[in-house]
Design a protein around this ligand. Structure first.
Ligand code: AMP
Ligand code: MG
Length: 412
C-alpha cells in the first residue's frame, strides 16, 4: 500500500458565516411551482396572490338566535310568521307588526333590519313580546363582514396553516399553486459506518448522521428520494455522488471533508462542479463545503454528529426553505441571558447548544453539557444555538448573547 502524504494546510480560503450564507442564498432560488390540493398544502408556500370573488356573508345575516324584525316597531308585540334556519330561506317579508324566528347564520328576510335576541323575548300563541329596547341594526352582520369581494386574501409567499386552509375552503379555492418541495439526497461517507441495526465491529460505528439529517430535512419541508452509505473509496464515492445528485435537487453528504487522507468529497466536487467554499470560520463544523453542480446544490457536512446537525441548522435549513420560496428562511434570533459562565473560542464564532426557557419575562439559557462535536447528547433537547463571538475571554452568568431559536421555549 502506498500512502499519500497528509496535507497540512487546507487549499480553501476561510470564509465568514455571513459570506457562506450569502454564497448559499445566491444559489438557492425557488425551484418552481406546482398545483396541489389546498387540503394537502399545510406548510407549503403560496406562489400566487389570491383575491376574494364574493362577499361573505352575501347579504345581512343574523349573528344570534332570535327574531328578525323592523326596529321601527319598537317594543310592540309582533305576529310570528314562521322560522328561518341557517341554510334555509323563506319567501316571507317582514312588514310592520310582524317577525320571523331566525337562527344564527340565517339571512335576513326582506323588510327586516334588526334581530332581537331570543333571551329578550317571549312567544305565546304566535305572538312575540319584546322586553328590551330594540336598536336598529343590532345582531345583524352586514354583507362582506367576514370577507369582501375583491379583497386580497393572500399575497404570494404566504405559508399555508390552518386558518389559511380554512379560508381556501371558504372561498372554494380547492387547488393552489405552491412552490415545489426540494428533493434531498443524503450520502453518509466512511469506512467505519454500519447501519444502526447492525453490530459494529471493533472500531466501526453506527451511521447516525444520515438518519438525523434526513429527519432535519423532512422538518424543513424536503422529500428524500435517495440515501445510502458509501465507503471511503474514490470511485465508489464519485458514483454515489453522481447517483444521489441525479435523484434530487440537493445532495447532502456527511464526513470526508476534513484534512484526512480519506477525505475525498472536495476533490470529487471540484471535478463534477464548482466548490463555492470549502472552509467556514464556524464552530462546530469548520470544513463545511458548499458546491454547485449545474443548478443543483451540494452540501458537504462534516462527519461529527453535532457538526453535521449544527451546520445543517445554520446553513442548509435556510437554503431548503429558500428553495420552497419561504418568506423567512432564518430561525428567529433572540437575546438570551446565559445561566452559566461560558469560555469563548478566540479563533472562530461558536454555536453552542443550549436549552432556553422563559423566566420573569426573559429567556434564560442552560448548557446541554460538554460541547464536543462528537457528543450528540449536546444537541439532544437543545432548543437554541447561542451565537458566541470569536474572542479571548469568558462571559459571566447573566450576560446576554444572541441565540437562534430552534423550537418554542417553555414558559415559567
Ligand atoms: P470525517 O470527517 O469523515 O473524518 O468524520 C469525523 C468523525 O465523525 C468520524 O471519525 C466519526 O466518528 C464521525 N462520523 C462520520 N460519519 C458519521 C456518521 N454517518 N454517523 C455518525 N458519526 C459519523
Ligand atoms: Mg470519514
Amino acid at each position: 500500500v502506498t500512502m499519500r502524504p497528509m496535507a497540512t494546510q487546507s487549499a480553501y480560503e476561510m470564509v465568514s458565516v455571513a459570506q457562506a450564507k450569502e454564497s448559499i442564498a445566491r444559489s438557492a432560488q425557488p425551484l418552481g411551482i406546482e398545483q396541489v390540493s389546498a387540503f394537502d398544502a399545510r406548510g407549503r408556500v403560496l406562489a400566487t396572490r389570491i383575491v376574494s370573488t364574493e362577499n361573505l356573508p352575501p347579504a345581512h345575516r343574523s349573528a344570534v338566535d332570535g327574531y328578525a324584525v323592523k326596529a321601527s316597531d319598537g317594543q310592540a308585540p309582533r305576529k310570528v310568521l314562521g322560522e328561518i334556519t341557517a341554510g334555509h330561506v323563506l319567501d316571507h317579508s317582514i312588514t310592520a307588526g310582524t317577525a320571523l324566528r331566525i337562527m344564527t347564520g340565517g339571512l335576513l328576510p326582506p323588510g327586516a333590519d334588526t334581530v332581537v335576541m331570543v333571551e329578550d323575548t317571549e312567544e305565546h300563541d304566535a305572538v312575540m313580546h319584546v322586553h328590551a329596547p330594540v336598536n336598529l341594526g343590532w345582531n345583524v352582520h352586514p354583507p362582506g363582514l367576514d370577507l369582501a369581494e375583491d379583497q386580497v386574501i393572500f399575497e404570494p409567499g404566504t405559508v399555508l396553516g390552518p386558518a389559511e386552509i380554512g379560508m381556501l375552503a371558504t372561498i372554494g379555492h380547492v387547488t393552489v399553486s405552491v412552490y415545489r418541495r426540494p428533493q434531498v439526497s443524503m450520502l453518509a461517507t466512511g469506512d467505519e459506518l454500519v447501519e444502526p441495526w447492525e453490530e459494529p465491529p471493533y472500531g466501526a460505528i453506527r451511521d447516525s448522521n444520515r438518519y438525523a439529517v434526513l429527519a432535519a430535512a423532512a422538518e424543513a419541508g424536503a422529500t428524500s428520494p435517495w440515501n445510502r452509505i458509501v465507503h471511503d473509496d474514490e470511485d465508489a464515492t464519485r458514483s454515489a455522488i453522481v447517483e444521489g445528485l441525479a435523484a434530487a435537487d440537493v445532495l447532502l453528504t456527511s464526513g470526508g471533508v476534513s484534512m484526512g487522507t480519506r477525505d475525498l468529497i472536495k476533490p470529487i466536487l471540484e471535478e463534477l462542479g464548482t466548490v463555492q467554499f470549502g472552509r467556514v470560520s464556524f464552530k462546530p463544523g469548520k470544513p463545511l463545503t458548499f458546491a454547485t453542480v449545474g443548478k443543483k446544490l451540494v452540501f458537504g457536512l462534516p462527519g461529527f454528529p453535532v457538526s453535521s446537525l449544527v451546520t445543517f441548522e445554520v446553513f442548509v435549513r435556510p437554503a431548503l426553505l429558500r428553495l420552497q420560496g419561504h418568506p423567512s428562511p432564518e430561525r428567529p434570533r433572540v437575546q438570551v441571558r446565559i445561566g452559566q459562565q461560558i469560555r469563548l473560542d478566540p479563533s472562530r464564532p461558536e454555536y453552542q447548544r443550549a436549552f432556553v426557557r422563559w423566566q420573569d419575562g426573559e429567556l434564560v439559557s442552560s448548557p446541554t453539557g460538554i460541547q464536543a462535536s462528537s457528543r450528540l447528547m449536546s444537541m439532544v433537547g437543545a432548543n437554541a444555538l447561542l451565537e458566541l463571538e470569536a474572542r479571548e475571554g469568558t462571559l459571566q452568568a447573566g450576560e446576554r448573547v444572541p441565540a437562534l431559536l430552534l423550537a418554542t421555549p417553555p414558559s415559567d
